[in-house]
Ligand binder design. Structure first.
Ligand code: NAD
Length: 344
């Protein structure tokens, strides 16, 4: 199917690194050349489990090798910029986890400029773009199922048990930036609207493990069509886990419920709960999907390498989502609304 077989290296054998490798290691036309982690035992375990040809604690071991085409960067955000710079300089294509960098607009800009001017391809891992339920809802909304989108309500609270892991992530970005980049992208993707202002409230609910960012934030946004959206994200030991994704227009409403959050008929997959106001009819649409379609994501990068795609999302869209969430962080820290109309 592809023009050739691709040699792949994974850097970062943690939570999301595992999601990447377990969905790609057995694919035709993929050779897992190596896996890398600071922790030798973890790298060795991944190599054994996912049949990688080798392992290392230093990703630089692989950058000079001619049989490595693609590097998957699944490390903490504070190393993304440096690793991506070195990969591109070494002629490797990159699938890089979001967020592009730590919560810093200068670093984000540097990442974008380097990635967009390189002849080698960079795809930022916005995995919802590759999820079939999100794609189905996007298509319904873009085809007018709910009319003009006026209100988007999104909540993603994690009741955390692994304080050390989340504490490490929060050294780099608060949750409303780390996860927020996905949902700001969803707003722009589903509606085709620009976000014209961002504000909100935020705080630290839990006791800090490390000095770091707020662990809770509620971003409020206005849209270029006059609609509004909010996104709430918390990673604390005391908040209750909650997931809400609801899109409301002047002609109807769609609520997206992931399979794991369904109360019943879970075996049917995700639930798209659709209300059509013109006929006062409720529809239950079941959609089986792979929540984290990592293979679909890597296939998009291969399509970019082989000239069939500009990325999904494009680098510009991924960067814009990151810029908007960083403006949200600025708004929360300074307790004001940030006007985005002439900002970018
Ligand atoms: N797309 C998603 O749904 C999603 C979900 C979770 C995490 N993420 C993102 O993935 C990244 C990693 O998060 P995680 O939850 O997997 O963290 P994690 O702590 O579970 O794993 C990170 C791993 O990377 C290793 N590592 C870090 N820097 C390294 C380096 N320079 N060289 C070698 N190994 C290194 C660590 O030792 C650790 O094993 C973050 O940017 C996070 O925002 C994305």
């Amino acid at each position: 199917m592809y023009k050739r077989t691709y040699g792949v290296v994974l850097i970062g054998c943690g939570h999301i690194g595992q999601s990447h490798i377990e969905d790609i290691y057995y694919r035709e036309q993929v050779r897992v050349v190596g896996v890398v982690d600071f922790h030798e035992d973890t790298a060795k375990l991944f190599a054994r489990k996912y049949e990688a040809e080798s392992w290392s604690t230093d990703y630089r071991d692989y950058l000079k090798r001619k049989d490595v085409d693609i590097v998957i960067v699944a490390t903490y955000a504070d190393s993304h910029l440096q690793i991506v710079k070195e990969c591109l300089a070494a002629g490797k294509h990159v699938l890089c986890e979001k967020p592009m960098t730590v919560a810093d607009p200068q670093q984000a800009r540097e990442f974008y400029e380097i990635a967009s001017s390189s002849p080698y391809k960079v795809l930022i891992a916005h995995v919802l773009r590759h999820n079939s339920t999100y794609n189905r809802v996007a298509e319904m909304i873009r085809n007018g199922a709910i009319g003009d989108v006026r209100l988007i309500r999104m909540v993603q609270n994690h009741h955390i048990m692994d304080k050390a892991r989340y504490g490490r992530l929060m050294e780099d970005c608060p949750p409303f930036v780390d996860c927020g980049v996905h949902y700001v992208d969803v707003i722009r993707w589903f509606t085709g609207c620009e976000i014209t202002s961002i504000g909100g409230i935020g705080t630290r609910v839990g006791d800090a493990v490390t000095p770091g960012h707020m662990d809770y934030g509620l971003l409020t946004m206005t849209l270029s069509n006059g609609g509004v959206a909010y996104y709430e994200a918390g990673w604390t030991e005391t908040v209750a886990a909650q997931n809400l994704k609801e899109f409301i227009g002047n002609k109807g409403r769609i609520r997206l419920v992931l399979q794991c959050d369904r109360r019943d008929n879970r075996e049917e997959g995700d639930l798209i709960d659709y209300y059509d106001a013109s006929t006062k009819t409720y529809y239950t649409i079941n959609n089986p999907s792979v929540y984290k379609n990592m293979w679909g994501q890597l296939e998009t990068l291969i399509d970019m390498i082989e000239g069939r795609s500009n990325g999904n999302p494009t680098l510009e869209d991924a960067y814009r989502s990151f810029q908007i969430t960083l403006a949200g962080q600025e708004a929360l820290e300074q307790n004001r609304v940030v006007d985005l109309t002439n900002r970018f």
